[in-house]
Design a protein around this ligand. Structure first.
Ligand code: FAD
Ligand code: DHB
Length: 391
């Protein structure tokens, strides 16, 4: 098989890249190790930045998001038993976020690629990358036990944190920066109407809690947990007790409870691999970097990466230009590190750290008070949260 760009991974990065290239007449083949059903059923992020929303709309894949997604103009920071609203739109010249689940974005992108006769090879196992240093790289893989090869001009490594792409760069040619947090997020889906019209990020002495939503009758909630916890260790009754304790306000606010239909635990880490390029291989999304979920940046960063990469590939095919490809790593990493800092900052301000002393608690509260009373500081949060402009 031969194509122009071989893409490993059908997550937000890989599918969006394939879609953007197709709109400019550039061919790609996407290899995905899981089944289409598994990809379309994996629960992950839910917050889309303004720029991500604008891109989905501008490229013809935003119709269902416009119908089913919920636009939010603010978020609440809750601490000391009180809520404080950050007016995202007022602070950013009218920008907002949209709540629309990642797997719904993936369903829309997969449908668009297949409708345009794009090639997505699901259940492609044992992918390995070859000849990255030359001008004719290739990807070998197996489907249903049969070995196949995609020959291409470039490879986009969009296969997430546990993929093969990053590891195909020799260790001596990459540098990894990482921080593992001593807590995780316990996430639930519950059948109950939204407890609040906007997301609530809560700092509490028992640990962080987040109220989010998926639809008029489904809520998504998270609470900080021990990363060694297991889902089975938490009964529904204990989960609600924890949410009530962390989210309660002085004026008697309590979350709306319902049957819990899904539980999962997410580990928290910050990670960046530099550079994002090795010969003809370009890394994008979680394959190259991870953020803790507190800033809701993971999916949005993946989309921003491939936007930059698609422009570079388009300039190459249309005008024979190499310069944007040469600058891809540097351009994308500038945004990546900004998001790394924002996600680390939100995480540090809102979570309880083991062994924390009263000094640190007071610093966190001082920061929260500052963010919720100073317009410049609130603007810093707001402009990062809705997403900084691409360039
Ligand atoms: P991925 O979405 O990971 O996609 C990579 C794809 O590559 C996958 O479909 C995978 O099956 C495939 N793949 C892997 N290896 C191979 C291989 N060898 N061959 C072929 N295919 C391969 N972010 C938030 O903002 N909020 C959240 O609440 C949140 N929750 C998360 C929960 C979990 C469990 C995880 C893992 C991430 C979460 N994130 C969250 C982060 C966000 O979902 C990611 O940043 C986003 O999915 C990154 O997109 P991606 O396309 O780079 O990678
Ligand atoms: C959701 C996830 C996040 O990481 C976040 O910061 C806000 C909301 C969500 O899944 O809805």
């Amino acid at each position: 098989m031969r194509t122009q760009v071989g893409i490993v991974g059908a997550g937000p990065a890989g599918l969006m890249l394939s879609h953007l290239l197709h709109l400019e007449g550039i061919e790609s083949v996407v290899l995905e190790s899981r089944s289409r059903d598994a990809v379309e059923a994996t629960l992950r992020a839910g917050v889309l930045e303004q720029g991500t929303v604008d891109l989905l709309n501008a490229t013809g894949v935003g119709t269902r998001m416009q119908r089913e997604g919920a636009v939010h103009h603010g978020i609440e920071l809750r601490f000391g038993g009180r809520g404080h609203r950050i007016d995202l739109s007022a602070l950013t010249g009218g920008k907002a976020i949209t709540l629309y689940a990642q797997h719904e974005v993936l369903k829309d992108l997969i449908a668009a690629r297949l409708a345009a006769q794009g090639t997505i090879l699901f259940e492609a196992q044992d992918a390995s990358l070859h000849d990255l240093d030359g001008s004719a790289p290739s990807i070998r893989f197996q489907i249903a036990g049969t070995g196949q090869t995609v020959h291409c001009d470039f490879i986009a490594g969009c296969d997430g944190f546990h993929g093969v792409s990053r590891l195909s760069i020799p260790e001596s040619r990459r540098t990894e920066y990482s921080r593992v947090y001593p807590f995780g997020w316990f996430g639930i889906l519950t059948r109950a109407p939204p407890s609040s019209p906007e997301l609530i990020y809560t700092h509490h002495e028992r640990g962080f809690a987040l109220v989010s939503t998926r639809s008029p009758d489904i809520q998504r909630l998270y609470f900080q947990c021990d990363p060694r916890d297991t889902v089975d260790g938490w009964s529904d009754a204990r989960i609600w007790e924890e949410f009530r304790a962390r989210l309660a306000t002085h004026d008697g606010w309590l979350p709306r409870e319902g049957p819990i239909t899904q539980k999962n635990i997410v580990a928290m880490r910050s990670f960046v691999c530099e550079p994002l390029r090795h010969g003809r291989l370009f890394l994008a999304g979680d394959a190259a970097h991870i953020v803790p979920p507190t800033g809701a940046k993971g999916l949005n960063l993946a989309v921003a990466d491939v936007r930059v990469l698609s422009r570079a590939l388009i300039a190459f095919y249309r005008e024979g230009r190499q310069d944007l490809l040469d600058r891809y790593s540097e351009t994308a990493l500038a945004r990546v590190w900004r998001a790394e800092h924002f996600s680390w900052w939100m995480t540090s301000m809102l979570h309880q750290f083991p062994g924390k002393d009263p000094f640190q608690e007071r610093l966190q509260l001082a920061e929260l008070r500052y963010v919720t009373t100073s317009r410049p500081k609130a603007t810093t949060l707001a402009e990062n949260y809705v997403g900084l402009p691409l360039e």
